[in-house]
Design a protein around this ligand. Sequence first.
Ligand SMILES: Nc1ccn([C@@H]2O[C@H](COP(=O)(O)O)[C@@H](O)[C@H]2O)c(=O)n1
Length: 272
Amino acid sequence: MKDRDRVQEILQSMQKAGSKTLQVISDFDMTLTRFEYNGKRCPTCHIFITLSCPLQLQGLLDKYYPIEIDTTLSVEEKLPLMVEWWTKAHELLVNQKIKKDGLAKAVRDSDAKLRYEDGYKDFFDHLHEHSIPLLIFSAGIGDILEEVIRQTEVFHPNVKVISNYMDFDESGVLKAFKGELIHIYNKREGALLNTGHFQELRTQTNVLLLGDSLGDLNMADGVQDMENILKIGFLNDKVEERKQSYLDSYDIVLIKDESLDVPNAVIRFLTE
Ligand SMILES: Nc1ccn([C@@H]2O[C@H](COP(=O)(O)O)[C@@H](O)[C@H]2O)c(=O)n1
């Protein structure tokens, strides 16, 4: 934490306003899912469906992920490369003729891990019990992430997802992706395309934001009349190089923390 007093001030102001004014906006991959498990990197949404084209998708991740987290490149330099990454991955998936009815099995057979024993159920259940809207805003694949949270029985009615969704033909074969591409550095545009959602939540003017990348900081750009925002950032990788920029951007930075203990403690405090 760079400014503990400021965090305390935000928390007090949010608690005073009450949980009816709260909304939570969270990234998915590596924020609600684990980064590592038993020393092994956990899969992202794009990798959950590796059954179809494992080597190519992993190859793309190996090539472009180091660019995503490279601290020597500006966002402007990274942008075309991120679009290239997502475009190639989606083309690959379309060429594989992925079947809609195979997704549930692919997720079941994968190593998909939410922050499992580490409080993810408390997180989803507590928000649901208190009717606090949770927006999962992901540059992953909406169909896959929905399947993950459905299979782990936490896809409650207060959860809304903004993500890249698959478009299937009448025989259930993937033919394209719907709408505008969401990648790691255009979540601002994604937020502004979803003004309807934020309009519905216009009385929820206090925001708890969870992310793992600097691009996630834009997820709340569509929130109307925002009063307070508390930003919690998971710094999972390349810690030393990225620590300062995370401390400058997020109010609380969790370093290599695979649990949801801190977000859960904040939510408990705000709903006391
Ligand atoms: N072909 C791809 C493209 C992206 N990724 C990773 O997914 C993450 C995006 O999802 P969020 O829920 O975090 O928005 C991103 O961090 C990429 O590393 C991938 O694995 N394969």
